[in-house]
Design a protein around this ligand. Structure first.
Ligand SMILES: [Zn+2]
Length: 76
């Protein structure tokens, strides 16, 4: 299986998983959204990770410069 790409602590997230946790029950009902692309992002079956948008991954690959995540989980 291909290694999926996650949002991590991306600054473009309206709310990170950590912030959601801190909000308690209200946080669970607060959807994650990518502010850069204006779209919802989902955990799907990757919780607590958040799946990056395909266009975000594509843009990063093409630019080769912009790193979406503050921290790469594979390389902390
Ligand atoms: Zn979440």
């Amino acid at each position: 299986m291909k290694n999926p790409n996650f949002c991590g602590n991306c600054k473009e997230l309206n709310i990170t998983e950590k912030e959601q946790d801190q909000m308690g029950q209200a946080g669970k009902e607060f959807p994650h959204k990518c502010e850069l692309y204006g779209k919802r992002v989902y955990h799907l079956d990757a919780h607590p990770n958040i799946i990056r948008l395909p266009e975000c991954i594509k843009a990063t690959e093409q630019a080769g410069a912009r790193d979406c995540s503050d921290k790469d989980p594979r390389n902390p």
